[in-house]
Design a binder for this molecule. Structure first.
Ligand SMILES: [Zn+2]
Ligand SMILES: [Zn+2]
Length: 284
């Protein structure tokens, strides 16, 4: 029997909008990104060629539109083999309970993310004091209590493989959260980075709304360990991916991607790390 699932006790309707919301973008023939309000969900698999998976599960109250986007790509009544979570923040698991109930689907995440997916541990308080725009201020109201997926979530295999995603490996990229993972396919250099880095300045309400493309570190308002976050970005840059999709913002490819990643690595302090706030040393 399925154990009972519930969202974090502080989950609520969060006003959020971006001009990409509701859009589906085919990045590769077997990688498609659906933008749900201000967060991305990735569909991995070739339409018409069998199995596919979903990476992450969107904003709260969005299951109907997510199912619609999936069926538009893979056909009516289609359902993924699994949902792989990059991490458990509310904007990545916001509709997951309805999706599990609808699809009877398995969920996988990193072992270190389990306390935040099984109702055991809240995420550290978002930090509204960090330097940044309106979104950073608004983040004071963002949920941080954990979702409880009961027995419906399993740890990713220790050997680095990703269930139902042949050719992909998971890479531990902590910093934004303890158990954050990115997914990588060496054969063609495809990277699903999650929030290890993003391509929109997520703490600016305006830039989030217009989805201005701009490489950034992980969203500041949740990130608690900047040294780990830096090491994770360095790790991802060192594999020199060919294509990258992220939890927020548009896909980057080729020369632009490598150039932007190099810029982020070389200027991590200025680009990514906020200069004030709870989780950074104030050195002035
Ligand atoms: Zn996040
Ligand atoms: Zn996110």
């Amino acid at each position: 029997m399925m154990s009972k699932m519930q969202y974090g006790s502080d989950y609520k309707k969060i006003p959020a909008y971006s001009k990409e919301s509701g859009k589906t973008t085919e990045v590769l023939t077997d990688l498609c990104t659906y933008t749900n309000k201000i967060v991305n969900i990735h569909m991995v698999g070739d339409p018409g060629k069998g199995d596919f998976v979903l990476v992450d599960a969107g904003f709260p109250d969005s299951s109907d539109e997510i199912i619609k986007a999936v069926e538009e790509r893979f056909g009516e009544g289609s359902r993924p083999k699994a949902i792989i979570l990059t991490h458990g923040h509310f904007d990545h698991v916001g509709s997951i309970i309805e999706l599990i109930e609808r699809w009877d689907v398995k969920v996988y995440a990193h072992q270190l993310e389990m306390p935040y997916l099984s109702g055991q541990k809240p995420y550290p308080k978002p930090d509204p004091a960090v330097e940044g725009g309106m979104m950073a201020k608004m983040s004071a109201m963002f949920p941080r209590e954990p979702v409880d997926l009961g027995g419906n979530v399993e740890a990713l295999p220790a050997d680095g493989t990703v269930p139902y995603m042949q050719g992909f490996e998971w890479i531990h990229t902590p910093g934004h959260t303890k158990g954050h993972v990115s997914l990588y396919r060496a054969a063609d250099g495809t990277l699903i980075a999650g929030d290890a880095f993003v391509t929109v300045q997520q703490d600016s309400l305006y830039k989030t709304m217009v989805q201005k493309k701009e490489i950034q570190g992980p969203p500041v308002y949740y990130t608690t360990d900047w040294e780990m976050a830096r090491a994770s970005v360095e790790k991802l840059a060192s594999i020199e991916p060919e294509t990258a999709v992220t939890g927020h913002g548009k896909a980057l490819k080729g020369e632009e991607l490598r150039h932007d990643l190099e810029k982020l690595v070389n200027n991590f302090e200025e680009i990514a790390v906020p200069s004030h706030g709870r989780y950074v040393e104030d050195d002035d």
